[in-house]
Design a protein around this ligand. Structure first.
Ligand code: NAP
Length: 278
């Protein structure tokens, strides 16, 4: 039976240490979150981020706009936050409505307040093998989780499924930097299972049930990033958890694996940006 990569437990440990650090800070970081529209998942995510920040002693400010806000109004707000000395971290909750160019909005965030690490400056630094202000939250959380369980990355064949700017591409670069041999797969990949069978570590960030036990070799490590609701409304990951648990050495559950690590990384990034800019 596979060991569980327990993101919840590790998140709690990270928060305990962060709280001790924040309690000693005379001035606290302030995280500003922009939420556009009424997407229910986004509303839940933003509420959790605010609640978590406040529990740790990070100031948080949620700025909500209706679905029909113009791109210019949004850009103006980001500019205002960029220039506000009291705001130390900015996050624009995605997705944005279709009439707004999300790249333009993300690009407008000051790199030194870009808590998601998604601006071209920070992603560019990451892809150049240099140090960004901060690393994107989900990839960072995945690496922290693998390190906690002392999973060796160097020289391993890691197969990353999904190539988004949010997860797939940055996690592949971070693993490459740690000397993994990385293969990236996506919806046009032929014979996915032929590739996954050669993986020592799999990172799956798709949002569909794509990984079953027959696609893997024994004792591999499986990191499941995907989250979606199945036809019965049950929250699921990309991986057939029960089957894969029989063959893998380690597996991250959904929920309770990468999700908690993403929020832990967001809080770590908020504090890191604040400390760098002091
Ligand atoms: P995304 O932008 O939705 O992209 C999905 C990726 O999966 C694309 O690269 C797509 O390929 C690929 N794909 C789709 N069908 C595939 C298939 N049958 N076989 C192989 N690849 C396939 O992805 P995302 O924003 O990275 O999110 C991915 C999942 O992770 C979602 O379920 C999301 O909710 C979840 N997520 C979780 C967390 C967390 O904290 N736990 C954080 C972020 C995201 P193409 O590029 O060819 O279209």
């Amino acid at each position: 039976m596979a060991d569980i990569l327990d993101g919840k437990k590790l998140r709690d440990k990270i928060f305990e240490n962060l709280k001790i650090k924040l309690d000693k800070m005379p001035i606290k970081p302030t995280l500003a979150v922009i939420l556009v529209g009424l997407d229910s998942a986004s509303q839940i995510y933003v509420r959790n981020k605010k609640k978590t920040a406040e529990k740790l002693g990070i100031n948080s400010l949620v700025i909500e706009y209706p679905e029909n806000i113009t791109e210019n109004e949004l850009l103006k707000k980001v500019d205002e936050l960029n220039n506000d000395k009291n705001i130390t971290a900015i996050l624009v909750q995605l997705p944005l409505p279709k009439h707004i160019d999300k790249f333009k909005v993300i690009d407008s965030i000051s790199p030194d307040k870009d808590v998601d690490g998604l601006t071209p400056y920070n992603l560019g630094k990451l892809f150049a093998g240099e140090e960004p202000y901060v690393y994107p939250c989900t990839p960072k959380g995945i690496l922290i989780l693998l390190d906690e369980y002392k999973i060796n990355i160097e020289g391993k064949h890691v197969v990353v499924i999904g190539r988004s700017n949010l997860v797939g591409k940055p996690v592949a670069q971070m693993l490459l930097k740690r000397n993994a041999t990385v293969t990236m797969c996506h919806s046009h990949t032929k014979n996915l299972s032929e590739i996954t069978k050669t993986a020592d570590i799999i990172v799956s960030a798709v949002g569909k049930n794509v990984i079953g036990e027959k696609m893997l070799k024994s004792n591999c490590v499986v990191v499941d990033v995907g989250i979606f609701k199945d036809e019965n409304g049950k929250v699921r990951g990309d991986v057939d958890f029960e089957g894969v648990s029989n063959i893998a050495a380690y597996i991250s559950p959904v929920p309770g694996g990468v999700g908690p690590m993403t929020i832990a990384s967001l809080m770590l990034n908020t504090v890191e940006l604040f400390e760098r800019n002091l």
